[in-house]
Write a protein that binds this ligand. Structure first.
Ligand code: 6R9
Length: 651
């Protein structure tokens, strides 16, 4: 990527932290020095944030790389750390979860209640024959039982594998089979876009092909009809709600498998990313404390991710609960029953910290500034972003329209594989730049290298790598150590390669450029999709853009852009043509003529995964007039019809 359009997109705006936040921040600048001085001692102190039943003998065992062991010999229980110890400390009456169902029903659950529910579920799972080391699949909507199910597994040492509630029967089957799961926890259905949407039939279809499944534990959420197998199926309200609320948590080894989470795997077989106990919880809790500056007595935290995404694991369940947070959990979509739903919830619960994804921010931009203006968002004090590079204009929009010009934004880079946040501003320390994830957190060593594994100088671009093991790193790919080595540790000797391109600016701050597989090669120049997308989004008429390289007879690849106009923009007939011409010129002026898209299409939606990532692979199929590849991980499959029909009409 040496010829990447590095630094053509100049971003000079910078926002220092608000003085009051900086002076009261949980983590100050000295954390960087402390960690640099002795990284292992630093992580050892962070592990001390948790309650251990048995102290470790060794912080890190890295004698057999890339297989790490953290806090060797230590023992702890994750659910105990997330629940019991808060209750024991006198915080049992603090609300853990304010839950809002999509149809408007709601529940507030205190730490004492969450402990009781989790204990009941732990007893019920034990009664169903689940023991430590067994795998349990969880296929639930965003209801409190999802968190309870995960914590109950952790409590009894069963390894959970959460599968997105929208995945197909095939996807669920593959994941159950790969992990040889013994039990599935599901619901009759969930509410999505104002309608009950069934889950149980999908589970029935999958379970028919999965002989390892002994029981299906079913939460009644929507009340819809379900087929029932009286041998296998068990109602949650019968098994769990009648079980004893007393349960003593057993301590497990620091390296005991906590969960498997499958990465979407757009082409190959999904990878079962394995996370273990002590290191994972240490880094999830520390990063949640440091990056979100959580004050458990006063903050109301909201991470809008789905629990089926790693973000839901680390920043809805494990990090926040380990830290004793009060949080909001929302079942549904942002436009049900109206496009102000998110802001109505922020206003109602006086949310202080919001963690969401660029896709949501750009959708809100598309819907227009008027919507958030109708709500009182003055409780917000900190905003976070995760999942994709956030374009500078989306960052500014978020700050101005949601953060009222004053909230710091933490753009957090990490992966399912890293388990917790790796690169992010510290809200009380960092002067942020719109679009940059800035620096590795204390205790983390990230770098950008060229294709010879040499660190690039400031101003250079290349491959993002991690140089040292970190506590919440994946331990392997479930059942496939060789694939773990091949996938992450083979591109550069001794370095973890994450698959992302990045650049260092002149100050050494990091800018993520998207997956290296998505980099385009146009007339011999490497051009990152992220930079062209950000150039498009910097035009006032554009809310969102996805860029792909399509085969071109003269330039090798040519840039094709799919662009969603902002709500108020006229795109009919000549106005649409004029806008397209203007946008091509705009990109050419912003980045240089080499980056001018060959073709721009105005589209109403973009294909996204359920965690909000744009599926460029499908757009490449459209741009190259191919039939569509695998769409099973697509959030809304109707989107592709809309886009393809726009394409064939020449729009
Ligand atoms: C947490 C999560 C990981 C991939 C990652 C990168 C992209 C995530 C980002 C970001 C730029 C950020 N990504 N956060 N890119 N800036 N702040 O998203 O995990 O679903 O495994 O995806 O997401 O490409 O490699 P996961």
């Amino acid at each position: 990527m040496s010829e990447t359009l590095a630094n053509l997109l100049q971003e000079t705006r910078q926002f220092p932290p608000p003085a009051d936040l900086a002076s009261a921040a949980n983590v100050k600048a000295d954390a960087y020095d402390e960690a640099a001085e002795d990284r292992l001692a630093f992580w050892e102190r962070q592990a001390g944030r948790l309650d251990w039943a048995q102290q470790w003998d060794q912080v890190l065992d890295w004698t057999n790389p890339p297989f790490a062991k953290w806090f060797v010999g230590g023992k702890l229980n994750v659910a105990y750390n997330c629940l019991d110890r808060h209750v024991a400390a006198g915080n049992g009456d603090r609300v853990a979860i304010h839950w809002e169902g999509e149809p408007g029903d709601n529940r507030s659950i205190t730490y004492a209640e969450l402990l009781a529910l989790t204990s009941q579920a732990a007893n019920a799972l034990t009664d169903l024959g689940v023991t430590a080391g067994d795998r349990v699949a969880i296929y639930l909507p965003m209801i409190p039982e999802a968190a309870v199910a995960m914590l109950a597994c952790a409590r009894i040492g069963a390894t959970h594998s959460v599968v997105f509630g929208g995945f197909s029967a095939d996807a669920l089957t593959n994941r159950i089979q790969d992990a040889s799961a013994k039990v599935v926890i599901t619901a009759d259905g969930g509410f999505r876009r104002g309608k009950p949407s069934a889950l149980k039939p999908t589970v029935d279809e999958a379970v028919a092909k999965c002989p390892t499944i002994e029981h299906v534990l079913v939460v009644r959420r929507t009340g819809q009809e379900v087929a029932w197998d009286s041998e296998k199926d068990v109602w949650w309200h019968e098994a769990v709600e009648t079980a004893s609320a007393e349960h003593t948590a057993e301590a497990f080894d620091a390296e005991h498998p906590l969960f498997i989470l499958y990465t979407s795997g757009t082409t190959a077989k999904p990878k079962g990313i394995l996370h273990t106990t002590g290191g994972y919880l240490t880094q999830a809790a520390y990063t949640h404390h440091a990056v979100f500056d959580l004050k458990p007595e006063t903050d109301v935290y909201w991470c809008s991710a789905d629990i089926g995404w790693v973000t839901g694991h680390s920043y809805i369940v494990y990090g926040p609960l380990a830290n004793g947070a009060t949080q909001l959990m929302y079942e549904g979509t942002p436009d049900t029953p109206h496009k102000g739903r998110f802001w109505e919830l922020v206003q109602k619960h006086k949310v202080t910290i919001l963690y969401t994804a660029p896709t949501l921010i750009r959708t809100m931009m598309k819907w227009g500034d008027d919507i958030p203006k109708q709500y009182d968002l003055s409780s917000l004090r900190l905003l976070g972003s995760v999942g994709e590079p956030i374009n500078p204009e989306a960052w500014i929009w978020y700050r101005e329209n949601i953060g009222r010009g004053g909230c710091p934004i933490v753009d957090t880079w990490w992966q399912t594989e890293t388990g917790a946040i790796m690169i992010s501003p510290l809200p009380g320390v960092t002067a942020t730049k719109p679009g940059s994830a800035m620096r590795p957190l204390p205790g983390i060593s990230a770098d950008v290298v060229d294709d010879q594994a040499q660190s690039v100088p400031d101003g250079g671009g290349g491959f993002l790598v991690l140089r040292e093991p970190w506590p919440s790193m994946l331990r392997t790919i479930w059942g496939d150590d060789q694939r773990f080595i091949d996938t992450y540790w083979s591109r550069f000797d001794g370095l973890y390669f994450a698959g992302d391109g990045a650049k260092k600016d002149d100050d050494g701050d990091l800018w993520l450029l998207g997956r290296v597989d998505d980099v385009m090669l146009v007339s011999g120049h490497n051009i990152s999709t992220t930079e062209v997308e950000s150039a498009l989004v910097s035009h006032p008429s554009v809310a969102e853009a996805a860029v792909v390289g399509a085969t071109d007879p003269t330039t090798g690849q040519a840039i094709v852009a799919f662009t969603i106009p902002r709500g108020s923009v006229d795109t009919e007939g000549d106005a649409g043509e004029a806008l397209i011409a203007e946008l091509r010129e705009h990109v050419s002026k912003t980045l240089g003529p080499i980056a001018k898209p060959r073709q721009i299409m105005l589209v109403p939606e973009l294909p996204k995964t359920r965690s909000g990532k744009i599926m460029r692979r499908l757009l490449r199929d459209v741009a190259e007039n191919r039939s569509l590849g695998d769409v099973t991980t697509l959030q809304d499959s109707a989107v592709m019809d809309l886009i393809s029909s726009g394409m064939s009409s020449g729009k």
